[in-house]
Design a protein around this ligand. Structure first.
Ligand code: PGA
Length: 249
């Protein structure tokens, strides 16, 4: 049985002091022993956030990492820095990073390999634009994104990776994919992992849906067979996040 993961993506929100306030506000609301919970916070919030969640069911994630081990890469953060700071998860390939910062599938592949080397749990994002969906390219595009991202990753490592399917047209728009649309893509991702690796890897890998998930639509999306959790932006900054974590109560 795959354990569900409810991951908040705070994006570029919350100063360190605001982060501590939000963690405190959510503390009693995000308790649910049946799911994994994480907050992917801005880099500068990582150290205080790790301290603030100690002893709770919440883990801290980062929103990015650099794929080199260390050195002259001004402004970047390494996998070793993240693990040393107590980070458990790291997002890569978010459509905002692909769109605004030119992150490519090849970059994502290098980040994935580096994160796995350091025992971080990668959350690899993929997803299509509205135009690509309308042209019928969704499944082939996502298979391309996954194939390149997982290049050279062993089956044993792949099983620990989390994939987040996030249709770009659903991110921050208030337009959620229907549960059938989300399930269709998540099921195809699992089929493709079985083709690239094997059935056992496909059965173990967790596939999240992201894009305007909220307290109202979470339970239905999370009831789908191949949706193993959510990557939540806007609603992760509010007490609504507690209702999403407790979607099964
Ligand atoms: P949203 O963002 O929930 O605000 O749509 C999701 C994401 O970008 O991860």
């Amino acid at each position: 049985m795959r354990r569900k993961l409810i991951a908040g993506n705070w994006k570029m929100n919350m100063t360190p002091s605001e982060a501590l306030e939000l963690i405190e506000k959510l503390e009693g609301l995000v308790k649910n022993d049946e799911v994994d919970v994480c907050y992917c916070v801005p880099a500068i919030d990582i150290v205080p956030a790790v301290e603030a969640v100690k002893g709770s069911n919440v883990a801290i994630g980062a929103q990015n990492l650099y794929f080199e081990e260390k050195g002259a890469y001004t402004g970047e953060i390494s996998a070793a820095m993240l693990t040393d700071a107590g980070v458990k998860y790291v997002i890569m390939g978010h459509s905002e990073r692909r769109g605004y910062f030119g992150e490519t599938d090849e970059d994502i592949n290098k980040k994935l390999v580096k994160a796995l080397e350091h025992k971080l749990i990668p959350i690899v994002c993929c997803g299509e634009s509205l135009e690509q969906r309308q042209q019928g390219l969704t499944l082939s595009l996502i298979r391309d994104q996954i194939r390149t991202a997982f290049n050279g990753v062993s089956a044993a490592d792949a099983a620990d990776v989390v994939i987040a399917y996030e249709p770009i047209w659903a991110i921050g728009t208030g337009v959620t994919a229907t549960s059938e649309q989300a399930e269709e893509v998540c099921a195809d991702i699992r089929r493709y992992i079985a083709e690239l690796y094997d059935e056992a890897t496909a059965e173990n890998i967790r596939i999240l849906y992201g894009g305007s998930m909220n307290a109202q639509n979470a339970a239905e999306l999370l009831s789908m067979a191949d949706i193993d959790g959510g990557l939540i932006g806007g609603a992760s900054l509010k007490t609504d996040f507690g209702s999403i974590v407790n979607y099964n109560k």
